[in-house]
Ligand binder design. Sequence first.
Ligand SMILES: Nc1ncnc2c1ncn2[C@@H]1O[C@H](COP(=O)(O)OP(=O)(O)OP(=O)(O)O)[C@@H](O)[C@H]1O
Length: 203
Amino acid sequence: MRLVASDLVVTRGGRPVLSGVGFAVPAGGALAVVGPNGAGKSTLLRTIAGLLKPLSGEVRLEGEDEFEPRERMHLLGHQDAVKPGLSVVRNLRFARDLLGGEGDLTAALARVGLGAIAELPGSTLSAGQKRRLAIARLLAAPRPVWLLDEPTAALDAAGQRLLGELVAEHRAKGGMVVAATHLALGFEAETLELGTVVTVPAE
Ligand SMILES: Nc1ncnc2c1ncn2[C@@H]1O[C@H](COP(=O)(O)OP(=O)(O)OP(=O)(O)O)[C@@H](O)[C@H]1O
């Protein structure tokens, strides 16, 4: 399996944001997308996820031709999308059912350190706990491509280490990761500066 983007041209609000962006991430590979504020990192992730349509160019998941690429991807965005009125475990069940996964909710919550507060309402979570709940979705509904937008934001040191471990486990199973970031990610990745074309070697 391989995630390939070629010659992506994307405009937002009528202004060009990405022009001629391309990369290839093989099974087990990871790519860090870097650039200053407004460079188009989130735009690139949303385009890969199929939420924004490029003017030209394409994103494809080679080896998974029977699926729509977006069905095989997780986008962990800036917004943690926690429903305030639902408990932590119900939030996760809602997301899992929406995404069509079969992961173990209790195990996923335990892994991200939220097992003890599974019954608390989402409205009571701290920023870092919301981020951990968003990360639990990656485990509850396994998909081969993780698109992570500033994934370490709001995470404490232990949370950053945990994310590094989860990414390593995901990659060891052949998963792929594209992460937009300003901060250290806590895992090894090739780097894409927007506007350049790179090919990422496997681990
Ligand atoms: N909904 C929108 N409508 C119009 N323009 C937008 C929209 N969203 C983003 N943009 C513009 O697209 C450009 C890229 O934004 P994007 O959020 O992708 O950048 P980024 O690299 O992720 O930035 P940051 O590091 O600040 O998160 C910016 O100039 C921004 O103003």
